[in-house]
Design a protein around this ligand. Structure first.
Ligand code: V0V
Ligand code: CO
Length: 156
């Protein structure tokens, strides 16, 4: 259990917000996830700043803040996801942990000696604020911190 002494030295993770998969063919990936697992599309968005087009899916009937699947395809060759696909092929790209306040969480991680990719949080899905820790510092998995814009990010 988290003790009071831990508050302020932990980033305040509330849950696994989403798992990001890098894909080449977005619609084929959506079709696979819906046909194979029955996941349903919750949201679609293009994020030019991140260089991706994305689709968020979740289990049907899952509660509002349920963990989602984020399928991401590169917008162009400058996209970090394009580099990822060229190097490693399609697959697990990042784990996104939901936090109450991404600036606070980032500060805590900085004090622990981690480097955040951005000096200030950037715009993520549905008006969220996001930042990342490089996979080199985390055992090979890109870690995203996400502060949702709304309290029930998976709904609708
Ligand atoms: C690169 N590497 C990875 C990786 N990307 N390893 C695991 N998971 C990944 N996603 C490895 C790569 O294979 C090399 O390993 C090493 O890191 C190279 O590091 P690098 O030279 O810094 O590589 P780059 O230039 O590919 O950049 C990696 C970073 C880049 C993480 C800096 O992908 C980035 O800026 N990511 C943050 C933005 C992003 O990913 N956006 C898309 C998601 P070896 O060869 O050294 O062993 S957008 C999103 O999630 C949104 C909008 C949202 O949720 O709201
Ligand atoms: Co993400």
């Amino acid at each position: 259990m988290t003790s009071w002494a831990d508050l302020g030295r932990l980033p305040g993770v509330m849950g696994l917000d989403h798992v990001g998969l890098a894909v080449i063919d977005l619609e084929a990936a959506v079709e696979l996830q819906t046909r194979m697992l029955g996941l349903t599309v919750r949201h679609r968005e293009t994020n030019a700043d991140q260089g991706v087009t994305e689709v968020m899916l979740a289990a049907p009937g899952a509660a509002g803040a349920a963990t989602q699947l984020q399928l991401i395809a590169p917008l162009d060759e400058a996209s970090p996801v394009h580099r990822f696909l060229a190097r490693r092929g399609p697959g697990l790209h990042h784990l996104a942990y939901r936090v109450g306040d991404v600036r606070t969480a980032s500060g805590v991680l900085l004090r622990q000696g981690f480097r955040l990719l951005y000096d200030a949080p950037r715009a993520g899905t549905r008006g969220s604020l996001i930042n990342f820790v490089h996979p080199r510092q985390t055992g090979g998995v890109l870690i995203e911190l996400v502060e949702p814009a709304t309290p029930n990010p998976g709904q609708g």
